[in-house]
Design a protein around this ligand. Sequence first.
Ligand SMILES: [Mg+2]
Length: 261
Amino acid sequence: MTNPLSVMVFTDLDGTLIDHDTYRWDAAQEALTALKRISAAVVLASSKTAAEIGALRSELGLEGWPAIVENGAGILSPHGTTAQHGAQYDAVRSALETLPSALRECFRGFGDMTADQLVEMTGLALPQAKLAQQRAYSEPGQWLGTAQQQADFLACLLEHGVTAQQGGRFLTLSFGGNKADKLLKIVQTYQPQHTIALGDAPNDIQMLENVDFGIVVANPHRAPLPVLKGEARGQILRTKEAGPVGWNTAVLQLLDRLHMK
Ligand SMILES: [Mg+2]
């Protein structure tokens, strides 16, 4: 009989495990090593594509665990292949093209840009930008209009069944599914003793509220998240430091508290 899985960590990437500006994660190395030592699972959960997450997952030595891709629209299986293009993505793009041009022009999606333009907007390296354009389920983009225009835009898209989630940087359009749905599915499969989630943005809230310990990683680039369910009783923690530095400190402290280091 295999030993039960002690800890399963779900983590957002951009602004959480990965620095908002430099896209580096090495400041979290110590905590990642500590997790590896206790054979903990680390599940990457991001608006990024399977192609992007697959590359990072290999770099981090986490190929043995599933990953939540495109904001929870899909799951990349352990050791799963990563090059994907999907019909759901094409349907989201088609819905966008039905909008009045005044609203359509407020949204600049990844599919509206060349790889070079995406590099310019995101600061990603060109190979990473190309991976970000290999989409199967959802369309992230920059919002260029007003709040009122966004409300009209979303109402029109909803008629096509398309919904939106606001991430740390992009508005992501899809036919639904979120990080928390997929988290619960993965937890059911692996049955870990403890669950931890880390995130920095509104699209991480449900994930943070559906684990034993949710860690809000500080992101000075955006307004802080509101007080979350369970925060008063200590189930939600907040880091002082941003990105991977905060990630590292919080995970090490929590492992200490759980007597798992
Ligand atoms: Mg984020």
